[in-house]
Ligand binder design. Structure first.
Ligand SMILES: Nc1ncnc2c1ncn2[C@@H]1O[C@H](COP(=O)(O)OP(=O)(O)OP(=O)(O)O)[C@@H](O)[C@H]1O
Length: 684
């Protein structure tokens, strides 16, 4: 973006040609219509009367709103919405309203930015009604980010735009939560929900379709999501699919790289645009990433169109070379090396917060060892939840979630799309920006406001909230080191990224793409670990020597392992204790005045605990809960002196949730239960 003042002529550049051409055509059509009307042919005049009137009215409306290209309003919009973009992004944003578009966007190339600016342009310059626009995002976090950016760009009218995940969209269409959504033991069937929505759309071809449909991360759609997009798009819908075949990583979840490859056939004619300027990473990171992805067969972008640093950032310093560490594959040893690297990173930059560093691994198993080490060494870390997990206990069962449900459940009058609870949740979340549960509830409340019918009853809202909560949260306290699988890191970015390799990566193009996604999350530095000996060879054919000679890569000798080589293999790892292994009714069997309730009320998620045998204690040695009878194996592991651990969440239980057989023993209507994770040192 140029800071120099621009003349009015500069502000109506080539990008407007589409608009100008449209207008010229319209004016020609208007003239032709009038000529025909004046021709004296009464039949023709009668037939053309209505179209001529509609056209006159449309042009007049543009004039009234000062929106004809070249007008002051139009120029201001230009400055606001088009100038902060590259020429390629700009052409996408103000493209004509006809024809489908495929945007093949490299990592960090501004695809969210393009979608947000395009929608704002449609609303403001083209006067498209907000309710005609639908954008589908791949998870709740991505939807929230798009909504925020859109609101910042286009203000209040942007609220009318539908920005949802595929599942939330399905939920909105079928208009109800699925039966059993509140019951913990009935898994919500996302695929069925999508199928129902597709069937409903197909049965109602007359139902109004959006005029503009945006689909982000098109490369990772499941067959059911693909069908939903197809059913949502009507004959007059302009579809913009944004994605990157190089970042297809959900093959195992039914997603198919074929969908993005087929887009051009499915929706022909399609205009294809490549977004290759990267605004995120340094040149060394981009060079290594490009070498990583190059061997993949059948890429849509092709080797002659590499992702490269954005032209506007060319003058910035090049940044540090990518570090490649040959490391022992054993998870405990590698965890120790990673922790060293994290410590060094924090020591070098006093302003750096742990949440700006991410450690990415192929599997959660590799992260569990590091998580245990962090707990023992007193470094706060947070492990991202399984993407697409359908956990039975959701954020709504936590203490904070229950408060939101209570607020929803006792309305004096029906909420307007849960507006009051949303305001309340956002207040709590603003007060506690580092509290992942509140942050997650805020996202949920926002989504509810989009999904729920305007005059939903309280029970309807509660049901919908339960259905929405089945999608996992994205964690993120700025004070906690971020640990996640490469899958969970999709769409995110971090100043420093360390990629572990505990020999769990596999050979092949799918893994290569996953490693590419991991590497391209890095903004400033990237450290790649390479297990020695390596089983997958993903890093072996990327031209290490050439990269090294060009100063883009720095191989580091394996630092001496913290333990002697013949030390017994460490199985130390963090083990989340399953709710089924915890006696969920423990505090419920105590009378309301019992000291245990007060003790539980003082606890918070993150507090340290110790598990000794069956007993869960706080650090004063006072009991706060116990394991269930089925947790015998864990109980044996936790023999004196016990296992260190911490609270992951505090659940609220109610009498109605307990099985019939247990209710007679309960002395409370409602009580709290700490969920915990502990450090164990034993093979799986
Ligand atoms: N034209 C631009 N000028 C300046 N910054 C830009 C421009 N386009 C994008 N960016 C910035 O680049 C970063 C990446 O953009 P965005 O988050 O939209 O990427 P993305 O393409 O969705 O990434 P990924 O595919 O890797 O998830 C953001 O910080 C964004 O603000």
């Amino acid at each position: 973006m140029s800071a120099a003042p621009r003349s009015p002529d500069d502000l109506a550049p080539d990008d407007d040609l589409a608009d100008r051409a449209d207008l010229t055509r319209l004016a020609q059509v208007e003239q032709a219509l009038h000529a025909l009307l004046d021709s004296g042919d009464a039949v023709l005049a009668a037939a053309l009367h209505e179209p001529a009137r509609a056209l006159r009215q449309a042009l007049q409306q543009l004039r009234d709103r000062d929106l004809l290209p070249g007008s002051a309003t139009h120029r201001a919009l230009h400055q606001h919405l088009l100038e902060p973009l590259t020429p390629v992004q700009r052409a996408l944003v103000c493209a004509p309203d006809r024809g489908h578009q495929l945007v093949l966007a490299g990592p960090g190339s501004g695809k969210t930015r393009v979608i947000a600016h395009r929608i704002a342009w449609l609303l403001q310059a083209r006067q498209v009604q907000a309710r005609q626009i639908v954008a589908l995002a791949f998870n709740r976090g991505a939807a929230a980010e798009l909504r925020q950016r859109l609101h910042a760009l286009a203000g209040e009218p942007a609220r009318g735009v539908t920005v949802l995940t595929h599942h939330a969209m399905a939920l909105r269409l079928i208009g109800r939560a699925l039966a059993g959504s509140e019951q913990e033991d009935v898994p919500l069937d996302f695929a069925r929900m999508l199928d129902e929505a597709v069937a409903l759309l197909q049965a109602e071809p007359e139902r109004p379709r959006p005029t503009h449909l945006f689909v982000d991360e098109y490369q990772d759609m499941s067959p059911a999501q693909y069908a939903l997009v197809g059913a949502l798009a009507g004959p007059h819908t302009q579809l913009m699919a944004v994605g990157d075949d190089d970042q297809t990583i959900y093959g195992f979840g039914g997603a198919s790289i074929e969908f993005i490859r087929r887009f051009r056939d499915d929706y022909a004619p399609v205009r294809t645009t490549l977004l290759l300027e990267n605004f995120r990473s340094t040149p060394p990171i981009l060079a290594v990433a490009e070498r990583l992805i190059a061997p993949v067969a059948e890429r849509m972008k092709g080797a002659d169109a590499p992702v490269h640093r954005a032209a506007s950032r060319r003058d910035e310093p090049p940044g540090a070379p990518v570090r490649l560490i040959d490391a022992p594959a054993e998870v405990g040893l590698q965890a120790a090396l990673v922790l060293d690297a994290v410590r060094r990173c924090l020591a070098e930059d006093a302003a750096l917060r742990p949440g700006e560093i991410a450690v990415l691994a192929r599997t959660r198993r590799s992260l569990a060892a590091l998580q245990a080490l962090c707990l023992l060494e007193g470094l706060r870390c947070e492990i991202a939840p399984r993407p697409q997990a359908t956990s039975r206990l959701t954020v709504l069962h936590t203490r904070e979630g229950r408060r939101l449900l209570d607020l929803l459940g006792c309305p004096a009058r029906p909420h307007r799309r849960g507006a009051a609870p949303m305001r309340w949740a956002s207040l709590q979340a603003r007060r506690r920006p580092a509290h992942p549960v509140w942050q997650d509830l805020l996202l949920l409340a926002n989504e509810l406001a989009q999904v729920a019918p305007v005059r939903a009853s309280a029970p309807e809202l509660v049901e919908q909230l339960h259905a929405l909560a089945r999608e996992p949260r994205r964690a993120g306290s700025p004070q906690a080191l971020r640990l996640m699988t490469a899958h969970a890191a999709k769409g995110l970015e971090f100043r420093h990224v360390i990629v572990m390799d505990c020999n769990d990566w596999l050979p092949g193009d799918d893994e290569r793409r996953l490693l590419y996604v991991a590497a391209t999350r890095a903004v400033e530095t990237l450290t790649l670990m390479r297990a020695r000996p390596s089983r997958h060879g993903l890093l072996d054919d990327i031209g290490l020597e050439a990269l090294q000679e060009a100063g883009l890569l720095e191989p580091l000798a394996a630092p001496t392992p913290a333990e002697p080589p013949d030390a017994p293999v460490s199985h130390r790892r963090m083990l989340p204790v399953s709710p089924a292994d915890i006696d969920l009714g423990h505090a419920g069997r105590m009378p309301p005045g019992h000291v245990l309730h007060a003790r539980l009320a003082r606890l918070e998620a993150g507090d340290p605990v110790r598990l000794i045998g069956r007993r869960i204690e706080n650090l004063r040695g006072e009991p706060i809960g116990q394991l269930s009878r089925r947790a015998g194996a864990l109980e044996r592991l936790a023999r004196s002196p016990g296992l260190p651990g911490r609270i992951t969440a505090i659940l609220v239980r109610q009498r109605a949730q307990a099985g019939e057989a247990f209710r007679a023993d309960l002395h409370c209507e409602r009580w709290e239960v700490p969920l915990i994770e502990v450090v164990v040192d034993a093979p799986d």
